[in-house]
Structures are given as C-alpha cells and as structure tokens.
Design a protein around this ligand. Sequence first.
Ligand code: NAD
Length: 244
Amino acid sequence: MSKNALITGGTSGIGKYIALELAKQGFNIVLNYRNMKDDTLDLKKEIESNNVKCLLIKADVSKFDECKQMVDETIKELESIDVLINNAGITKDTLLMRMKEEDFREVIDINLVGTFNMTKNVVPYMMKKRSGKIINVSSVVGVVGNAGQSNYAASKAGIIGFTKSLAKELSSRNILVNAIAPGFIETKMTDVLSDNVKENILNQIPLKRMGTPQEIANLVEFLVSDKNSYITGQVINIDGGMVM
Ligand code: NAD
C-alpha cells in the first residue's frame, strides 16, 4: 500500500526537494504552501509524473485551525499521514537591540508554534495506525546560536526540545521523531546574504561549500524510509562539518 507524506512549506527550497525525492520513492505528497508560486503547478505535475498523487493545500502553519483543516482534508483524500515534515520556516534577522517584539513573535509563531500546530493535529492518526515518522527541520543555529538571529535560534532550539520530548512520548506507538539541523544550504533563505557574509560562512565549513537542498532531501529520504527503524529523538547535523 502506498504511503502519504505531508510537507509544510513544500513548494520551494528544501521542502520542494524533499517532496520530489519522496515522490520518487513512491510516496503520495501533500504540498502545503502559504502563497502560490509561479512554478507550483509545474511542481505538482513533476511530482505526479512519478505515478503518485499530489495534493496542494494552502494554509498558514502558524494558525492552528488552518493546520487542522489541512490535516482533515488530507485524511479525507488519502486516509492516512505516514510521514510529516515540519519544514516551513522564516527568518527576520537583526540584533536584539533593533529587534521588534513582532519580529520575535512572528518567527516563533511560524517556526516553533507551526511545528506544534501540525504535529498536534497529525499525531492522533499516527497513533491509531501505530506507526509514523516525523522530521522537524531545525538548524545548526538552533544548536550553537548566531549573532543577529536570536529569534530564529530560539525557534530552532525549541524545535529540538520538542522533538526529543515527543520521541519519548510516542515511542510506544512506533512513531519515530527526529530533527535535522542543516548548515548553510543554497536556497532563497541564503540568497539574501551578502558576499562578505557568505565568505565568512564558507571559512567555517570544513567542506568549503554550502550544501544543496538535494543533500538535505537525501538525508530525509533515509530517515523516513523503512531502512530507519531505530533512530529516534536525534538531531542530525548536515552542515559540511561546520558543527562538530
Ligand atoms: P524557503 O524560504 O525556500 O522555504 C521556506 C518555505 O516555508 C517557503 O515555501 C515559505 O512559503 C514557507 N512558509 C513560510 N511561512 C509559512 C507559513 N506561515 N505557513 C506555511 N508555509 C510557510 O527556505 P528554505 O531554506 O528551503 O527553508 C526550509 C526550512 O529549512 C526552514 O525551516 C529553514 O529554517 C530551514 N533551514 C534552512 C537553511 C538554509 O541554509 N537554507 C539552513 C537551516 C535550516
């Protein structure tokens, strides 16, 4: 029987590559998006070319009711959610001295509360099925911190505590919960960095390059596959050796 994977923020960057990789492995894909992008329908077609289904669902993960509706719609169409990838995320970088309260709250609301909103709505279905895999997209910044990203680092560190607690709560139902902590990956999120900042970052990466979204997708594909039956509650760094 085919399995279903729901990916938040799945129409760009890392989420898009995860969606394409899981489709190649035979998963039906639920692509959550906040704003329809020019190439979203092409992405849906590309996913479907793997002979799997693709649902496109608009929802803001920071809104609990929208997450509930998205999960209800998925269950109605596909009957189960076997894999949840909490990938949607934003940055609002600035030093604490300049950070407005709304910059802090918005990042926490989308990155951390959004992860709670989705997980809370999906887990009852996984519990009933007594199986499931959840991947929460954290960041190396959540592990080691970063000047100018106190809001983002707090949200990503929060995701790590959430992941470990849930891995303990849900182990008896055979639901594996892990976090991944990417370093600097070539996406829209890092396109905005100046050449100077990029050069500084490259100097901190032993492999001397940024990662690709495909490299993240390869890790996620392994973690959610049947090959992973014994890894849970872990934070897996994927960062070219930046954090050891
Ligand atoms: P991206 O901007 O391409 O992707 C983020 C996606 O989340 C977008 O599609 C966006 O529309 C969606 N999104 C934002 N707010 C949303 C909301 N409220 N509801 C639903 N969707 C929403 O950037 P990316 O680099 O692919 O980021 C994906 C994840 O990877 C994020 O959680 C990010 O923090 C994390 N990450 C990225 C890097 C990197 O270097 N690019 C490093 C570490 C972690």
